[in-house]
Structure formats: structure tokens, C-alpha cells
Design a protein around this ligand. Structure first.
Ligand code: FAD
Length: 321
């Protein structure tokens, strides 16, 4: 770091922009603000540097890589590109924020307070997990949370989709383009999805349903998913189901706990922005990526909104001068 710390633990200087989050949204915001000479400082988490794509293998839908690219390599490239133009990176968490004033205060895990005129929030969202052994280990090896991202890898395979909401029905219906069969596993006897989405799924010959059922165990062979054990929640009976794809569609949790009492969130906890801009409910605070977006949730859309947040911050700062 280049800034000096005062005895009280506060940074002496006031940054033009601080970015929270090291996914495609945060790194793209860092690249743009660095190239605009705003000397951004990015906090990228203490344990999860590079965001969601670091948990996957092949990324085939990020433009510019005709042969595809490894998720961690893509994120390392994005980081290096931002650093090349002068962005500073700290692999630490922001643990509290005070965003109300003209100067925003952000405290890191060591208790140091960082000050900035603008803040870009790009903290992403976490896919809800089943909480079963092997689930993380088999991510990218049969277990997935994103049909748009990974469906293409499952041509002519037997796939399981877990969940009963709109997202699960959308994923299941989309996956019929590739799969030989799709089994939707849902804990209840009825779906939560809208009637339209349900009807679309019911009309698909390739989709069958395992109601009142949950995944009791994930099975693997040679490091790849090979099937699951299903448990009937009413009788407790179990049965094995072979599959090479398991898509978990039981929801997402946007990482907004830090901001909940200061910024407007929607009913699902996502950061609200004044679309089509990235402005939040407080001046000088911008939101980008999956922490805002519960519709598209792609690396390219996150990167695009990171760019938009950088331009919005730049314009806000220009108006202060
Ligand atoms: P994220 O990538 O989630 O990054 C947010 C970062 O902010 C994280 O590192 C987090 O730890 C950090 N952070 C959070 N809070 C704090 C804090 N308080 N202080 C500091 N840091 C903080 N998309 C595609 O387009 N193609 C794919 O093939 C694809 N495959 C995927 C595979 C998997 C397994 C997963 C999980 C997702 C995949 N996605 C894919 C989706 C894509 O990864 C996301 O849409 C994208 O990463 C969202 O970017 P983001 O910058 O908004 O957030």
C-alpha cells in the first residue's frame, strides 16, 4: 500500500474511488477507473480473491477466448490488466461501512479506516448450496449452479435439477436442449414456480419430476459426478439415480449484509440501482455485477456493469470539481 496510516487507524488521504469485490464487476471497474487516472483501491476479499469464476474450470462464453479459458486464469488476467494501469489491490475484506456522508468510510479487517469520495460495490452473490459432502469438490466436474454456463457440456446426458422455483424450471427447460433426460428433484409435492413456467416444464417430454424428494448423497466415480441418492421425505426410503450432471437451483444470496441498513435493497436483498445507471440510493455509491443483478448473472454482464459503474463514478467525481 502507498498510503500512510494515522495513529487512530484511519488513512490520511481520501481516495477518489474504492471498489469492494474482486469478481469481473470489481476488476472491470478497477480497470476503467485506473485508466481514467482515478487511482482506484480494490478490496478483493481475504479468502475468495477473484470471485465466483475461480471456482470453475472451463469458461466458454466469455468473448475473446475462442478456445475457452480456465476461470481462475480469466480472473488473474483481469486483475493483471487493472494493475497494469495502476489499480491497487488489497486481498482483504471490508467489514463495515459508513456511506452516508460526502466522504465514505470503509473499515478493513485490521480495523484500518479507508476514506473515499466514491464507492463501487461489486460483492457478488453466492449460490445456495445443498450442504452435502463432495458438492464443492465436484463443482465443474458434474455439479453446477448455472445451466447457461455449463449446459453445453452435457449433450446427451442424464441430468438432475434440484429446486421448485422459476429458476429451477427455467434451468430444466433450457437443459432439455442438450440432455437426454432431466429429472427435477423437489422437496415438496407442488412447485413454487409460476404457472407459466410450470406448464412449460410439464410440457417437455424429456423432463420428469421426483416430488417429495431430496438429495441425500452425491456419488462420484474417478472424480466426476456419477449419480445421487434420493430420499423420499415422507417415507425416508432411498433410491439411487444415475446422472452425470447435477444443477442446483435453490436460490442465491446477494452479499449485501454490510449495506442493509444504509442502502435500499429489493425484497430479495439485492442492491437497488437507478437503472439504467449503477447509482444506488446514496450519492457517490454505485453497484455492479451479481449483487445487483438477479436476472442475467453472467461474467460478461457483471463486467459490463462494472464498466458502467466506473463511468458513473467518474462523472460523479467530475461534477464535484
Ligand atoms: P463475484 O464473481 O461473485 O465476485 C465478488 C467478489 O467480491 C468475491 O470474491 C467476494 O468474496 C468479494 N467480496 C464480497 N464481499 C466482500 C467484502 N466485504 N470485502 C471484500 N470483498 C468482498 N458466468 C459466465 O458468464 N460463464 C461461466 O461459464 C460461468 N460459470 C460459473 C461457474 C460457477 C461454478 C459459478 C459459481 C458461477 C459461474 N458463472 C459463469 C457466473 C459468474 O461467475 C458470475 O456471474 C460473476 O462472477 C459475477 O461477478 P461479480 O463480479 O458480480 O461477483
Amino acid at each position: 500500500m502507498t498510503t500512510a496510516t494515522t495513529p487512530t487507524g484511519a488513512q490520511d488521504d481520501v481516495r477518489e474511488v474504492i471498489i469492494i469485490g474482486s469478481g469481473p464487476a470489481g476488476y472491470t471497474a478497477a480497470l476503467y477507473t485506473a485508466r481514467a487516472q482515478l487511482k482506484p483501491l480494490l478490496f478483493g476479499s481475504s479468502i475468495f480473491v477473484g470471485g465466483s469464476l475461480t471456482t470453475t474450470t472451463e469458461v466458454e462464453n466469455f468473448p475473446g477466448f475462442p478456445q475457452g479459458i480456465d476461470g481462475p486464469d480469466l480472473m488473474e488476467n483481469m486483475r493483471a490488466q487493472a494493475v497494469r494501469f495502476g489499480a491497487e489491490m488489497i486481498d482483504d475484506d471490508i467489514v463495515s461501512v459508513d456511506l452516508a456522508g460526502d466522504i465514505k468510510l470503509l473499515t478493513d479487517s485490521a480495523g484500518t479506516v479507508h476514506r473515499a469520495k466514491t464507492v463501487i460495490i461489486a460483492t457478488g452473490s453466492g449460490y445456495r448450496k445443498l450442504g452435502l459432502p463432495q458438492e464443492d469438490e465436484l463443482s465443474g466436474r458434474g455439479v453446477s449452479w448455472c445451466a447457461t454456463c455449463d449446459g453445453f457440456f452435457f449433450r446427451d446426458r442424464d441430468i438432475i435439477v434440484v429446486g421448485g422455483g422459476d429458476t429451477a424450471m427455467e434451468e430444466a427447460t433450457f437443459l432439455t436442449r442438450f440432455a437426454r433426460s432431466v429429472t427435477v428433484v423437489h422437496r415438496r409435492s407442488t412447485l413454487r414456480a409460476s404457472k407459466t413456467m410450470q406448464n412449460r416444464a410439464f410440457a417437455e417430454d424429456k423432463i420428469s419430476f421426483a416430488f417429495d424428494s431430496e438429495i441425500a448423497e452425491i456419488k462420484s466415480e474417478n472424480g466426476m459426478l456419477s449419480g445421487v441418492v434420493l430420499r423420499d421425505v415422507l417415507t425416508g426410503d432411498t433410491r439411487e439415480l444415475d446422472a452425470t450432471g447435477l444443477f442446483i437451483a435453490i436460490g442465491h444470496d446477494p452479499r449485501t449484509e454490510l449495506f442493509a441498513d444504509q442502502l435500499e435493497l429489493d425484497d430479495d436483498g439485492y442492491l437497488k440501482t437507478q437503472s439504467p445507471t449503477t447509482r444506488t440510493s446514496l450519492p457517490g455509491v454505485f453497484g455492479a455485477g451479481d449483487v445487483v443483478d438477479h436476472i442475467y448473472r453472467q461474467a460478461i454482464t457483471a463486467a459490463g456493469s462494472g464498466c458502467a459503474a466506473a463511468l458513473d463514478a467518474e462523472r460523479y467525481l467530475a461534477a464535484l470539481r
